[in-house]
Design a protein around this ligand. Structure first.
Ligand SMILES: [Zn+2]
Length: 90
């Protein structure tokens, strides 16, 4: 049986790819997850604009590492604005 070059998981492995960011609301370390449209089965409230993220819309989820219950769903545009400028008018 030939060796499979992709058998060993390495740092470049596409599986388990994670991005860590600072949560714009809590200011703590959080994991950023990208939700694809086909995985967005429910609608959510975006904390950046207080508007609904409709089902079947690709968006982002921010999961604080120390407070996983405080996960928030964001529009991509709202998240990038909040992560750059902070959240105002909460
Ligand atoms: Zn939004």
């Amino acid at each position: 049986m030939p060796e499979r070059p992709d058998a060993s998981p390495g740092p470049g492995s596409p599986r388990g790819r994670r991005r860590y960011v600072t949560d714009p609301l809590l200011g703590t370390l959080a994991e950023l997850q990208t939700i694809q449209p086909y995985n967005a089965l429910k609608s959510y409230l975006c904390p950046g604009c207080n508007q609904e993220i409709r089902a079947r819309t690709g968006h982002l989820v921010v999961v604080p590492l120390n407070h996983p219950d405080e996960r928030r769903h964001w529009h991509k545009a709202c998240y990038s604005r909040a992560s750059r400028h902070g959240v105002v008018g909460r």
